[in-house]
Ligand binder design. Sequence first.
Ligand code: TYD
Ligand code: MG
Length: 467
Amino acid sequence: MAKAKQTSVYFCQSCGYESAKWMGQCPGCHEWNTFVEEPVVKADPGSASFRISSAAKGGASGKALSEITSLNDVSLSEGKRDSSGIAELDRVLGGGVMKGSLTLIGGDPGIGKSTLLLQVCRNMSATGLKVLYVSGEESKAQIRMRADRIGKFEGEMKLLCETDLDIVSDAVRSDKPDICVIDSIQTMYSTEVSSAPGSVSQVRESTQVLMQLAKVLNISIFIVGHVTKEGMVAGPRVLEHMVDTVLYFEGDRHASYRILRGVKNRFGSTNEIGVFEMVDNGLVCVENPSEMLLIGRPENCPGACVACVIEGTRPILAEVQALVTPAAYNAARRSNGVDYNRAAMLLAVLEKRGGLSVSGCDAYINVIGGLTLDEPAADLATVLSIASSFLDRPLGLDLAAVGEVGLSGEIRSVSMLNQRLAEISRLGFRRCVIPAHGRNEIKRPPELELIPVRNVGEAIAAVLKRE
Ligand code: TYD
Ligand code: MG
């Protein structure tokens, strides 16, 4: 007997893993209860993506031949970038918006994705580029209201409120904008796929169609993707491998600043961040994140030390705070902004090599500003803030520390020390604890006193034990 044809497949809503049967735990991302059933999508020549390529290239069969070109004949203007008019966004994108690129901006609802892209539309339309903003979430009146908050639109920006992908792609083909925004990918649906909008197959099909449009018509397309903590809506994670650039908007929705982080970038580096602040009239760039992160530091307060980490190519200063109190019962360890295991390791090093008996204490570590310090160069500042809290002696407002801490308590050298010292000095610090063994020659900024130390014990003695 012939086997019945499979009519549905199961997708993991979190990572897009495909399976013929339902599973409780996803083998791809190990999340539980994320599988949903969806009908099989047939890739027939009548599907939207095929229609676009044939219509755009004039092929009759739907398999229009692409032209073979010699590499030297490709003009550089095809890889041209336009400035988005937002310096921090340009930096994360690697120097501007690449023509014909597909960029995904992900983030929690309400973090500011629509606001950022509307600002991009405003700036780019003012330079004479043709801009089309497609919204499946808001009405034209709502977009107008938001636009009025942001400021004056000098150029012309076209609006389309639509969720049917076929209509959207027809509109894009007839309008031929230079920049197109799709807000959001979860609201778009293609009639070729029978599952609901926001499902893995719909989101994939829509992205595929948009990718074709971007490449064939050389349009820069931004797509917005919501990430929900519950993972109920097919997250942008399933799209990461399909698009050119993935940027995530991070930060606490209740705090005013936001960090835009590059996760994937075919046209630039991914270790750049952009820092923004949400104000009454939209997002503004924060050019000096360190200054913002250091505002309001308490004076003469034990348990705080400033670290300098490199985010992308920029040094950023952040305050690491620690609170160490005698444990009532079992010693608790909590860390926020510093990796939990790293924090536990640093506490153990302090106990064994620094001579402070922190093992019987509760320890809470926090990085101000919601920043995550994943660079080992922040170790020394973390250790000093713990020691300062334990000894109940303040380190002083003019002190910063840079260095990696090893398991034997030694302080190891860090990369880009001179840039870090320059930033530390620029922000008015007068003393800085550094590793005694540097890799390169140290350029000491004129007003900064350097305190070279070889191990944790020396560091504590140098800055906490002097009377
Ligand atoms: P929004 O861009 O709608 O978020 P997303 O598209 O990521 O869901 O951002 C909405 C939030 O930003 C909302 O809480 C209001 C706030 N906001 C401002 O504070 N100032 C402004 O000028 C604008 C337009 C929004
Ligand atoms: Mg929005």
